[in-house]
Unconditional design. Structure first.
Length: 325
């Protein structure tokens, strides 16, 4: 089961999606526990109109469910094709979302009805955080406890060689897009800005490895290609201190230093959603245009063949480590 956050599948779903999101104390602690849900309801109602406007700008819904479904189908096809002649194992893939349909609980019921008893939960967050993989995998374990599943989970894969290869591929293509039209083999001076989803600094201070995992991913990419890179964090929400620098601030800083070409790489995301299609492609593009930056974004991994192969290698490596045939 490919596990992800999920997203509203219509504008009407924005408010209940936000409620589910802010009800999770792993994401944010809204006062004492007994106030979590009332405050989540209030925040979701307050933010729904603005957030719905963002989704309206990218087609009226989040694409994450469709993309994760396509990733699951591509992974299933590749694993069954690769193992058809050498293994008695056959594979079925499913998707389970934390905050919107298909919920993890719904998918587990389907899996059980389909007669499957051996299950691997694959977090689609490469870098582990208690707010993402931790919360999602905890929900999976709790919801599956009433079923006769043999369950194992894959919590992170931030430095997996195949994943790094897939990242290098989209970054290389992105850098090449800056080539001069009359000199296609000459690369412009391109700075790579890795933009990761931000977290409250307090969570990192409590020992969450997310920021360290982000750095490790970038280090592995840097071993494979020579780049001038920077790191920033996006999607801050709320008044508490978050990881710094913020992506919009970093863009302004680079412009002031005379940088002209920036390739932004959404390092903690493996599919397009509101953070890439709206925040980067619209908001950050507008900021960059106004301060003289030529900003482009690397393509998301989505269903790119190298990424699907990476997912296959991650799953098979997990099976080998577990001693499965």
């Amino acid at each position: 089961m490919l596990l992800n956050m999920g997203g509203p599948d219509s504008l009407e779903a924005v408010s209940p999606f936000l409620y589910n999101l802010f009800s999770d104390r792993f994401i944010i602690q809204l006062g004492p526990p007994f106030l979590q849900k009332p405050l989540a309801w209030l925040i979701s109602k307050t933010r729904a109109r603005k957030t719905a406007g963002m989704y309206k700008n990218i087609g009226g819904k989040s694409p994450i469910i469709d993309i994760t479904t396509d990733q699951a189908k591509a992974l299933e096809d590749l694993m069954n094709k690769s193992n058809s002649d050498v293994s008695h194992i056959s594979y079925r893939t499913y998707i389970g979302m934390r905050y919107w349909h298909p919920f993890i609980e719904e998918t587990l019921h389907t899996i059980h009805t389909d007669g499957i008893r051996t299950l691997i939960g694959l977090s689609m967050y490469p870098q582990y955080s208690v707010t993402t993989s931790g919360s999602t995998l905890l929900k999976l374990k709790e919801a599956s406890s009433g079923y006769p599943f043999s369950l194992t989970t894959i919590e992170s894969w931030y430095d997996n060689p195949s994943y790094i290869e897939a990242l290098v591929d989209v970054i290389t293509t992105g850098i090449e897009s800056f080539s001069r039209p009359n000199m296609p083999n000459v690369q412009a001076d391109v700075h790579v800005l890795f933009s990761a989803h931000s977290l409250p600094q307090k969570i990192i201070d409590q020992g969450d490895p997310y920021a360290e995992h982000i750095h490790r991913t970038i280090e592995e990419v840097s071993k494979k290609m020579k780049i001038t890179w920077h790191l920033s964090y996006q999607s801050k929400a709320g008044p508490v201190k978050w990881l710094e620098p913020a992506t919009e601030e970093k863009l302004l800083e680079l412009a002031k230093k005379g940088v002209k070409n920036v390739l932004i790489v959404p390092i903690s995301f493996v599919s397009d959603h509101i953070e890439t299609l709206y925040e980067i492609d619209m908001l950050y593009q507008d900021i960059s245009s106004r301060c003289g930056l030529n900003l482009r974004r690397s393509e998301s991994l989505n269903t790119k063949p190298l990424f699907i192969r990476a997912l296959k290698n991650i799953v098979e490596g997990h099976m080998q480590k577990a001693g499965w045939d």
